[in-house]
Design a protein around this ligand. Structure first.
Ligand SMILES: [Zn+2]
Length: 476
């Protein structure tokens, strides 16, 4: 019997710590050896390639019904295919509670949605929109112990938003049980007030979405989330940070010694509010919340990634098609921005965009790239070291990158179930030549080679970065 099921030979193995020229031996889906030259099994030639941990996309909405009642275009089959073709080997979508629902039943429902479909492994974040006594007293603590150790909460959207008192209760439960809380930080009343007044002025085109979702509203809510977490004495993670205003709040908190983490996404590096300023509803293709800002803010987001104020880069893949009943244009050709689904796709192009514009330009080291796209997410959400690195004992979730491959992004080459990409026509250099999930080739550079249903559910441990290093006001 061969010592290995598969050997990846001759590549440069990159982790968040270093780059080493070595072979990788894989047995039973796990990395069992890293050494100069391995023999005894089938091999893949990785000469001239970069061998990196497969990406972890820790923020993506898959087979989820939005607060507005629209169904995302991707299910776990198309979503996981698209992820794999872009070098991602783990996704963490959401099990989203709507008001009145049992959290436990919501989780069972999302397991049914994933079963038999995913081609790569997945975990779930909870979305808590109805923190009743039963949810916070029983369901949430029990689910945390069962491997759902992170939850997203919202400060905006009518169907999802929590008031400050509810946020405090969720944070206190997370502190006690060791979960990570992610916050969508925008001030709901500011957005509503601006929206109503813009519409009264006849300003209803997609570009006014950016006006309504003002950076000041994001800044205030970011500060408030940080403050509430400080009061409770618990770490908090601010998701999809769009620019300078929120970054300054996070940096301020970090300087104070608070455990505040920040995430950003491709749309805040590669799109701007000007993209929404197009004929008819075309601009809706670039609408998400918070919205893309401007070139100066893009620069602040880049710097936030470089200097560590932001630690994790995910897609916030929220795939609403342009056409059709669940699409951006579902409310008609003259729909005001407030009636258009929020969200952009990004599962497949997340890594290639950051590699091309971050690594190839010299802004980010390979180590930083791996940390931002895989390792840090594994740590923040309790999947490390099973996922997010290449080490003996870790799952063989690996993306073998061709750093020279030139690709012009176009919707017809992507594997999601969308009818557009906001990055149509953009040229990138570098793309995964092979993606492996637990040692099995799931993407060979031209096609998906995996069977739906092979992906496994990953119960998450209590994340080390969610452990409080300070007291809340009640403990002092
Ligand atoms: Zn959000």
């Amino acid at each position: 019997m061969d010592r290995f099921d598969l050997i990846i030979k001759g590549g440069t193995v990159v982790t968040s710590a270093d780059s080493v020229r070595c072979d990788i031996g894989i047995k039973d889906g796990v990395v069992t050896a890293l050494a100069g030259a391995l023999n005894g099994g089938e091999s893949i030639d990785a000469a001239g390639k970069l061998v990196m941990p497969g990406g972890i996309d820790s923020h993506c909405h898959i087979d989820q019904v939005s607060s507005g009642g629209l169904e995302t275009a991707d299910d776990f089959a198309s979503g996981s295919r698209s992820a794999a073709a872009g070098g991602t080997t783990t996704i963490i979508p959401f099990a989203a509670q709507h008001k009145g629902q049992s959290l436990r039943e919501v989780v069972a429902d999302y397991h049914r949605r994933a079963a038999g479909k995913a081609i790569i492994d997945y975990a779930f974040h909870l979305i808590i929109s109805d923190p009743t006594d039963a949810v916070l007293g029983q369901e949430f603590p029990a689910l945390i112990k069962d491997g759902y150790s992170s939850a997203k909460i919202y400060l905006t959207y009518d169907a999802l938003k929590l008031d400050d008192r509810q946020v405090l209760d969720v944070l206190a439960t997370a502190r006690r049980e060791g979960a990570m809380v992610m916050v969508h930080a925008e001030n709901h009343d500011v957005i509503q007030w601006l929206t109503e007044n813009l519409l009264l002025q006849g300003k209803s085109a997609p570009r006014y979405h950016a006006t309504a979702h003002a950076a000041a509203a994001e800044r205030e809510a970011t500060h408030r989330a940080i403050t509430l977490a400080e009061v409770v004495g618990v770490p908090v993670l601010i998701v999809h940070v769009s620019g300078r205003e929120a970054i300054e709040q996070i940096a301020w908190a970090q300087r104070k010694g608070l455990q505040v983490y920040g995430e950003t996404c491709p749309q805040y590096l590669f799109l701007t509010a000007d993209d929404m300023d197009r004929e008819g509803l075309e601009g809706a293709k670039y609408m998400c919340s918070p919205p893309p800002r401007d070139a100066a803010n893009q620069e602040h987001v880049w710097r936030g990634l470089e200097n560590g104020v932001l630690q994790v880069f995910s897609s916030d893949h929220a795939p609403y098609r342009f056409s059709g009943g669940d699409g951006k244009t579902a409310a008609g050709a003259n729909a005001p921005f407030s009636k258009i689904a929020n969200g952009v796709p990004g599962l497949e192009i997340r890594l290639p965009l950051l590699f091309s514009e971050g690594v190839r330009t010299g802004r980010l080291s390979l180590q930083k790239f791996v940390d931002l796209t895989a390792t840090r997410a594994a740590r923040l959400y309790g999947l490390y070291p099973r996922k997010g690195t290449i080490a003996v004992g870790s799952d063989a979730d690996i993306a073998i990158w061709d750093p020279e491959r030139q690709v012009t992004i176009s919707q017809n080459m992507l594997h999601d179930n969308m009818d557009y990409t906001p990055y149509e026509g953009r040229a990138v250099t570098g793309w995964p030549a092979v993606t492996l999930s637990r040692g099995e080739v799931v993407w060979n550079g031209t096609e998906i080679t995996a069977t739906p249903g092979r992906g496994l559910f990953l119960p998450c441990d209590l994340p080390e970065p969610a452990r409080p290093n300070r007291s809340g006001i009640l403990e002092t």
